[in-house]
Design a protein around this ligand. Structure first.
Ligand code: HEC
Length: 120
């Protein structure tokens, strides 16, 4: 009996380590998202780092999207501008969650006030 309880505590402890602080962010995997972002061609218009594009088909900067995931998903499924729609048969919800996690994981540029060279 005492042994059983010890296992339970140990299991809870171990899963705490594995799932711990990343749980809230772990709806998608940034690593898989990077692959999906390339596979589904998002990069062609949005750049490999979600930095946007200067080509005529320019997609917006995505690395700092303010859209919450639900709005992000709704947009990709049914975009308003020049972007083609990506339906669930082509791009699954889980791939999309991964792409979102990837974009969230990208480093954001520093504000000009933090770049010494720009301080005069
Ligand atoms: C053929 C070019 C093209 C491709 C491919 C493309 N996009 Fe876009 N995307 C655009 C353009 C252009 C816009 C801006 C539309 C507008 O405002 O008129 C946009 C806008 C967006 C927005 C809205 C951003 C915001 O903050 O309003 C999201 C999100 C987005 N794209 C995600 C994706 C994802 C994810 C993929 C890959 C599955 C993808 N796009 C593939 C061209 C593209």
């Amino acid at each position: 009996m005492a042994n059983g309880r010890a296992y339970l505590v140990l299991a809870a402890f171990a899963s705490g380590i594995v799932l711990g602080p990343d749980v809230a962010l772990a709806a998608g995997s940034a690593e898989n998202g990077k692959v999906a972002f390339v596979k589904h061609g998002c990069w062609q218009c949005h750049g490999f780092e979600g930095q946007g594009s200067t080509e005529t088909s320019a997609g917006r900067v995505l690395y700092d999207t303010k859209l919450p995931f639900e709005a992000f998903k709704a947009y990709v499924r049914d975009p308003s501008g020049a972007m083609p729609p990506f339906h669930a048969e082509i791009l699954s919800d889980s791939d999309l969650a991964d792409i979102y996690a990837y974009l969230q994981s990208l480093p954001k540029p520093k504000p000009a006030s933090e770049i010494p060279l720009l301080k005069q």
